[in-house]
Design a protein around this ligand. Structure first.
Ligand code: AHR
Length: 524
């Protein structure tokens, strides 16, 4: 009897969900008004020497049976090229403040330790040249983090000289001997990482003093970056919204406002993970609607956090010269059962697809200040794009969202207004839908709609001012359950499918499924 009841309950859920009434949501898109550019760099990624992120993720080694180009796996490269990764942050994270670049160049690579992440051996086989090759293979740009915590200004300055000078210095000759005569381009440089914690437990004042010294000496000598494409230096910023963090932002920004000619910075970082409590205890798979709603409620805090720190930045930098760089964001769950301690291995579900879209939308709405962001992390770690296991590779739901959002890279934000409605789960009430829009260089308006509600579809009726829509179609991503994932055995459980909208009298109408992310192109 008990078995029968459970069976009946399941059938009820399965039958009711698709037939739940679609609520009508009216959306106004004003394509005649141009907002800020949605910088493509908000789609940046983070690849740390952590777990199987670098080793077995983006690096398999030249002797591997996995098809590779100079040690970098071809399938991973192909997948990352498709989503047009604009920049990759490397080598950390906490790892960066214990990284000594010289151990990762040349024919002799000493084995060292990775005390932050499992205490494993760091072979140093993936070093500076391999990273720059990787970035080149995927058509991206380098965002290096220099070691302020346990390094010296001289070590950082020499790394930059090694990488960027075109003069025949000893370091440039060494770079040439190691296979790269031409100077590298380094467009982004992080000045430390979480210096308030794993990066050295510094106070804001102490960090600011250190950072100004590094800022002075980390010179980029590449002639191609002298006049245009100058290297942007990104200082360590806050890791939350409490007064400890607002004081941090205030201290660094105040110093910047009064800075002398001899130092400068162009960005301030912000780290914010979606995590309910530390240590992360929520499962990345095998959860229910309650955890779905809790995590999404948590992730929406990103908006208030950005607003709070932007307001402090506005005080010292009303012209918004300094970018707020959200260079670590994403969901952080409990480690997968059986995975090694400190490897931060987790699955990636439809919940993460919705979470990713909500965060990207938040960044887009703050496009005037948030000009760069890096999801943590790229492969096999935290909210990854890609999972690998030996010769197998699977694309995650988050990967699909990044792919669907490619048209938003460098498009112009256009205002969207709508009454989002509500989705309630227990004591949690969330906006039911979210939407952003942007215009690309060809005049196409792109709309991204997220239906947070896991039970009810939504019918979106969008009026578009400033353009007469002729046709509208795109892709939608949903899944059987909120915790549906892609696995090596079933890699397409969560995969985008085409969606067409009805265009009539200047109005675009489409019905989006529960717990879905949809991107459509509205053609003029
Ligand atoms: O992304 C994992 C870790 O989270 C990073 O190394 C660190 O910067 C942050 O605390």
């Amino acid at each position: 009897m008990r078995a029968l009841l459970v069976c009946f309950a399941l059938i009820t859920v399965t039958l009711t969900a698709p037939f739940a009434a679609a609520q009508k949501i009216e959306v106004s898109v004003d394509a005649s008004k141009a907002g800020a550019k949605i910088d493509r760099h908000i789609f940046g990624q983070f690849a740390e020497h952590l777990g199987h992120g670098a080793y077995e993720g983006i690096w398999v080694g030249t002797g591997s049976a996995i098809p590779n180009t100079r040690g970098i796996p071809n399938d991973v490269v192909g997948a990352l090229k498709t989503i047009k990764v604009p920049n990759v942050r490397w080598p950390g994270g906490c790892f960066a403040d214990e990284y000594h670049w010289r151990k990762g160049v040349g024919p002799q690579r000493p084995e060292t330790l990775n005390p932050n992440w499992g205490g494993v051996i760091e072979p140093n086989t993936f070093g500076t040249h391999e990273f720059m090759d990787f970035v080149d293979q995927i058509g991206s740009e380098a965002y290096l983090s220099v070691n302020i915590g346990s390094g010296t200004p001289q070590e950082a300055a020499e790394w930059l000289e090694y990488l960027t000078t075109d003069q025949p210095t000893a370091l440039a000759i060494e770079r040439t001997a190691n296979g790269h005569p031409a100077p590298y381009k380094i467009p982004y440089l992080g000045l430390g990482n979480e210096s308030w914690d794993c990066g050295g437990n510094m106070t804001a004042e102490y960090y600011t003093r250190q950072m100004t010294i590094y800022s002075r000496f980390v010179r980029n000598f590449n002639p191609a970056q002298r006049d245009t494409g100058k290297m942007l230096r990104i200082a360590v910023g806050p890791g939350g919204g409490e007064s400890r963090w607002t004081d941090w932002t205030d201290t660094v920004m105040k110093a910047w406002q009064g800075h002398q000619w001899s130092w400068d910075m162009e960005g301030l970082s912000l780290h914010n993970y979606t995590v309910i409590k530390w240590p992360p205890a929520y499962a990345s798979v095998g959860f229910g609607e309650k955890e779905y709603a809790e995590i999404l409620q948590k992730t929406l805090e990103m908006d208030g956090l950005i607003a709070k720190h932007s307001a402090i930045m506005d005080k010292y930098d009303p012209q918004k010269k300094i970018a707020l760089v959200v260079d670590e964001w994403g969901a952080w769950y409990a480690k997968l059962p059986g995975s090694p301690e400190g490897f931060l291995a987790q699955q990636n579900s439809q919940r993460d697809a919705v979470l990713a879209a909500l965060n990207i939308n938040i960044f887009a709405r703050h496009a005037d200040r948030v000009r760069m962001a890096n999801i943590a992390q790229m492969v096999n770690v935290l909210q990854a794009m890609i999972l690998t296991n030996k010769e197998k590779m699977v694309l995650t739901p988050t990967y699909h969202v990044f792919k669907m959002y490619v048209p938003f890279q460098d498009a112009t934000f256009v205002p969207v207004t709508f009454d989002a409605g509500t989705y309630t789960q227990g004591t949690i009430t969330l906006p039911r839908v979210d939407a952003i829009a942007a215009k690309d260089a060809a005049g196409t308006v792109w709309m991204a709609v997220t239906n947070v509600d896991p039970n009810r579809p939504a019918t979106i009726t969008a009026s578009v001012a400033g353009l007469t829509p002729r046709a509208a179609a795109g892709q939608t991503l949903t899944a059987p359950r909120v915790d549906s994932v892609n696995t090596f055995e079933a890699p397409t459980t969560v995969a985008p499918k085409p969606i067409a909208a009805r265009v009539q009298g200047g109005t675009v109408t489409l019905t989006v499924e529960p717990k879905s992310v949809t991107v459509i192109a509205v053609q003029p």
